[in-house]
Design a protein around this ligand. Structure first.
Ligand SMILES: *Cc1c(COP(=O)(O)O)cnc(C)c1O
Length: 237
């Protein structure tokens, strides 16, 4: 318990310092806690310390922790790869889906949401590292993808999300983060109807500072708060 609260203090300080250093307003950078493999009880400690936003990678984990977390006043985002056959479940638990990466998924989400008379906030996942192993829209297809989402009126496009290249050398990550910002700027420059602003969800435990320097509005932090996850239980997409 002490650890989580201490670590949260360290992470908030890192965010604050990076904002100061790079001339960003700290109100423009939210902390999302990436809580895959973290128990609901441990997540509750962070929420007790004032956190309001978590992200899960698996629908099963959202479901398993729902009994505890649905009673709390927090936002739950889905940040993992979303299979089409999990759409019905995920919309029961998530307030936002950050991994919208294909039209078929948009279609399924829209159909289910229409039936429920609900809307859903979404981020479009962009593959900024051009790795086959990563999901996401190619940066140069982002504008056409967003235009193709127009019929799906239940989906409210809030931003772009990326994972980027995972490497201990932070400068290898930077071009991915920059590419997400440039992609955002190109989309906004295109003047698509209804798209007046887009948040950037990028940056994780090891690259919080660079992500803020490159314009992140939401850093997704797991291990720096909850400690290292058990190897083999990782889900990186
Ligand atoms: C696990 C995860 C994170 C957080 O990673 P850490 O290195 O533990 O901070 C961020 N984004 C996604 C999509 C993740 O799966």
């Amino acid at each position: 318990m002490e650890d989580i609260i201490h670590n949260l203090g360290v992470v908030h300080k890192r965010i604050e310092n990076a904002c100061k250093k790079f001339g960003r307003d700290s109100k423009d950078v939210r902390l999302l806690l990436a809580t895959k493999t973290v128990s609901a009880e441990r997540i509750k400690i962070a929420i007790g310390a004032g956190e309001k936003l978590i992200g899960e990678n698996k629908v099963q984990e959202l479901k398993d922790k729902d009994g505890v977390l649905s009673k709390l006043n927090i936002e739950r985002h889905f940040i993992g790869h979303l299979q089409t056959n999990k759409v019905k479940e995920v919309i029961k638990y998530a307030n936002c889906i950050q991994s919208l990466d294909r039209l078929e998924l948009a279609e399924q989400l829209d159909r289910r949401l229409q039936n429920l008379g609900k809307n859903m906030d979404v981020f479009i996942q962009i593959n900024t590292s051009a790795e086959d192993s990563k999901f996401g829209i190619a940066p140069d297809k982002t504008i056409s993808f967003i235009k193709a989402l127009k019929p799906f009126e239940t989906l409210k496009i809030k931003g772009l999300m990326t994972i980027g290249l995972l490497d201990s050398d932070l400068e290898i990550m930077r071009p991915c983060l920059r590419l997400l910002r440039e992609t955002r700027d190109r989309v906004l420059g295109d003047g698509i109807e209804g798209i007046d602003s887009l948040l950037l969800s990028m940056g994780m435990s090891h690259d919080i500072e660079i992500a803020i320097e490159e314009g992140s509005n939401m850093v997704r932090v797991g291990s720096a708060v909850f400690g290292n996850r058990i190897p083999g239980k990782e889900v990186w997409h």
